[in-house]
Design a protein around this ligand. Structure first.
Ligand code: FEO
Length: 169
């Protein structure tokens, strides 16, 4: 059985993960508008991954006998002035999510909920990857600057990303 405090914190994280999906889908739409189909594809895959994160927590709440409560999702921004601005925003958002996951782990430890603590370790590891992949693209975009050819190449490279279900935790 889940303690109320943990149940509330996990439900809040379901909302945060769905918001992440919404944010990245909004970035994808913005890239499509800018005719960067590769960046758009990368963000669309990222949005799908965020829904996987949300559903992992959703399933865990139910498995533990808790109650899933879905709440309103905030509207994401809709316009970014450049690919660099969007990926910088994505990197910043992942840092924010990492902070949230760390806070969740702290709550699980305080409440002596070992099962939740172990469950959340998957997310701790995942956040290292999430931050690293966004930061890598930010660094590449900074490197290429305004060189049209290089941005086009990077757009093509990121367009190769395909959605795969992450390994079971
Ligand atoms: Fe669900 Fe990008 O972290």
């Amino acid at each position: 059985m889940l303690k109320e405090r943990i149940e509330k914190a996990l439900n809040d994280q379901v909302n945060a993960e769905v918001f992440s999906a919404y944010l990245y889908l909004s970035m994808s739409a913005s890239f499509s508008e800018m005719n960067f189909s590769g960046f758009a594809q990368w963000m669309k895959v990222q949005a799908s991954e965020e829904m996987v994160h949300a559903m992992k927590i959703y399933d865990f709440i139910i498995e533990r006998g808790g109650r899933v409560t879905l709440t309103q999702i905030d509207s994401p921004e809709t316009v970014w002035e450049s690919p660099l601005a969007a990926f910088e925003a994505a990197y910043k958002h992942e840092q924010y999510v990492t902070g949230r996951i760390n806070d969740l782990v702290d709550i699980a430890i305080e409440e002596k909920d070992h099962a939740s603590n172990i469950f959340l370790q998957w997310f701790v590891t995942e956040q290292v990857e999430e931050e690293a992949s966004a930061d890598e693209i930010v660094q590449k975009l900074k490197l290429v600057g305004t060189q049209g050819n290089a941005i086009f190449m990077l757009d093509r490279e990121l367009g190769a990303r395909a959605f795969t279900l992450p390994a079971a935790s």
